[in-house]
Write a protein that binds this ligand. Structure first.
Ligand code: FAD
Length: 366
């Protein structure tokens, strides 16, 4: 099958789906290609900042996401030896310190809002395998597989929004530097006890570093920092040393933890790394979100950076198409507007990771 569109977006994560929606709203024809079958995502970045909230409100999407279900976080608390040593409270009475939104809620709202545009299509179960270039080297489309069928999609611009292991980035030969941060994160999810407050809790206990995120739907997502690459060895050992410090800090979770965290199969390991690319644009091609700049879980900003990319890129693509100029020079404006901020945020993540233990020495409420 052969399809034609103005913009072909590879990857239906937060960056790709939002970009597709914003372009469609501007009258640009778009096709989003997503290899998975639905919007369910396990253990992804699920906290949005006030800045992202403002972007979504500006595009009248926030209220649609809210209908799907969100949770405003009341505080961030730092615990040491079972005591709260620091609290970060909202800056105003009606404020919050971040909003928990399952990615499925976010994506469902964006997909539904996009359905009213006849020039916008999302193809699920569709995996991009090749890029197409013209004789001048401009990217002019992709080849994809949908079941047994091979699709050819030709477009004026290809956007790689296909995440940290980006196929588009690899096929476009964009050199990427990956940085290990010395730790990986083990994630597990348990039901929250009744009256468990929507609070983010950071812990240092017996040499372990943990984070507990209250989630929509009355769950708690728990993250343990472990030495990078240690999970294969760790999972040969008993679970007890991992969950004991958690129970010691929150005795009220004991029964739930023992019931729900019985084997290593209840844990998912996130390999933590960040990345920077030599360029985010080529003639007829742009990469955004994790594909352009993978962030670490520190501060839970990955999803926010990805959606801000989409917000900044949409008008630039619209302008480039109107000018009939899709060269790297024209698209570079996107990278110029975003790269400095992203690299500052990546540097801040490293600083926060290095100084994390200092948080537990403070007693002030900020
Ligand atoms: C396992 C995991 C856990 C994470 N945990 C956290 C966390 O705790 N906190 C945090 O802040 N961030 C976390 N992140 C990062 C956060 O989820 C990302 O920053 C955010 O989702 C980036 O959005 P994106 O749209 O750029 O990429 P993604 O959300 O990765 O979306 C990319 C999409 O592209 C699709 N795709 C990939 N290749 C192809 C292809 N060839 N053809 C078609 N489709 C393709 C994928 O299926 C995916 O849906 C995690 C990421 C992963 C992978």
């Amino acid at each position: 099958m052969h399809l034609q569109t103005d913009v072909c977006i590879v990857g239906g994560g937060p960056a790709g789906i939002l970009l597709g929606h914003l372009l469609a709203k501007k009258g640009v024809s778009t096709i989003v290609l997503e290899r998975s079958s639905g919007v369910d995502r396990e253990f992804r970045g699920e906290h949005i900042t006030s800045e992202t909230e403002a972007i979504l409100k500006q595009h009248h999407l926030f209220e649609k996401v809210e209908v799907e279900g969100i949770l405003r976080m009341k505080r961030i608390e730092f615990f040491a030896a079972g005591n709260i040593v620091k609290t970060i409270a909202p800056e105003s009475a009606e404020g919050h310190v971040g909003i928990h939104v399952p990615q499925s809620h976010l994506l469902t709202a964006f997909v539904q809002e996009s359905q009213r545009f006849p020039h916008h299509h999302i193809l699920m179960n569709t995996t991009v395998t090749k890029l197409i270039q013209d004789e001048k080297g401009f990217y002019t489309g992709v080849k994809a597989r949908k079941g047994n069928e091979e699709l050819t999609i030709t477009s004026s611009i290809v956007v790689g929004a296909d995440g940290r292991f980006s196929t588009v980035r690899k096929l476009a030969n964009i050199t990427t530097i990956h940085k290990s941060h010395g730790y990986d994160v083990l994630w597990a999810k348990i039901p929250a006890p009744k009256d468990w407050e929507p609070t983010t809790r950071m812990l240092q206990v017996r040499g372990h570093q943990l984070a507990l995120f209250t989630q929509t739907g009355e769950y708690i997502q728990i993250g343990w920092n472990i030495k990078d690459g240690s999970f294969p060895t760790l999972k040969k050992e008993p679970l007890k040393p991992l969950i004991e410090p958690l129970i010691e800090s929150f005795p009220e979770l004991k029964e739930i933890v023992l019931q729900h965290l019985q084997s290593w199969k209840n844990f998912v390991c996130l390999k933590v790394e960040s990345s920077r690319c030599e360029t985010w644009v080529k003639d007829g091609l742009v990469i955004i979100g994790d594909a352009a700049h993978t962030m670490t879980p520190t501060g839970a900003i990955g999803i926010n950076c990805a959606m801000k990319d989409a917000d900044i890129l949409a008008p630039i693509i619209k302008g480039a198409l109107s000018d009939q100029n899709t060269s790297a020079n024209r698209l570079k404006m996107f990278e110029e507007l975003r790269r400095v901020e992203i690299e500052i945020q990546q540097d801040m993540q490293i600083e926060k990771e290095d100084s994390f233990s200092k948080e537990f020495a403070e007693t002030a409420v900020s």
